[in-house]
Design a protein around this ligand. Sequence first.
Ligand code: C2E
Ligand code: MG
Ligand code: MG
Ligand code: MG
Length: 275
Amino acid sequence: HQAKQQNQKICFFDPEAERLVQQYFETQLALEKALSSQAFELHYQIQCNEKGQTTGAEALLRWRDPVKGLIPPDQFIPIAERSRLILPIGHWVLQEACRQLSLWQKHPTSEAWQLAINVSAVQFQQDDFVNQVAHCLAETGARSQRLKLELTEAVMIADQEKIIAKMTQLQAMGLSISLDDFGTGFSSLSYLRHLPLNQVKIDRSFVQNLQADSSDAAIVKSVVTLGQAFNLDVIAEGVETSEQVALLRTMGCNHFQGYYFGRPVTADKLVTQTT
Ligand code: C2E
Ligand code: MG
Ligand code: MG
Ligand code: MG
């Protein structure tokens, strides 16, 4: 029995690992194809203020596969990041978002909306990222004040000074910067103080247990208080119930996003959800 265990430790052939490697390469290939065949879509989820009025939306990437249907980003973004395909994919997202913004600008109901896009750390770290943004805005006529970039703490793995300079440059151009999934990362509190941010987005995991878990409630309350102290917008993501809205309000959180207000939908369906 002992010998068998020893054997297992030095065993090189792991069918599960091989399957994963296989899957990685298959997905990478399929992603390349998806890019060239325009199989990506942006869906939009509304964001609301304390009055329940729509202030804008977040663009969420989907991959439409003829066989598998609509594939959510969690299933391909990590592979796209590792293979750096996130660079052309992210560029497509930026272009498509700016195109959508330029359309919204033409309608009275949506002309003031801000559109938030998720930017991968790999993408943000590119030297020409700011140029890419400037170019897309110029090309589409979308106003920089209407575009918001959602970054996660992962962006800070790279040269922090460079990253901060880039954020400052984008803000000077008129864009807003939001720190996404806040609370799930590492040394978050110092980021709130040191990063040039406009908004902090409380991660869904804290909102989910708001009623049941008093420590999650305490975390949310602290983030709201800190946000106010640093003059940041605080938005809660993953809001699903009216009870959560009520609790968040009492804590001073005035911006919301979640299924309670609307699910991510295509641009044409978004109009029917807005107030
Ligand atoms: P995220 O930026 O934190 O986006 C919020 C996620 O929560 C979305 O999942 C959204 O559909 C989901 N959500 C919103 N409201 C609720 C709710 O009330 N309840 C629950 N249970 N979920 C809710 P989605 O669309 O699957 O996106 C997952 C993640 O993929 C995003 O998390 C973001 O990190 C990433 N992602 C999405 N689009 C892009 C993109 O264009 N570029 C990059 N780099 N990443 C993206
Ligand atoms: Mg986001
Ligand atoms: Mg988020
Ligand atoms: Mg999240």
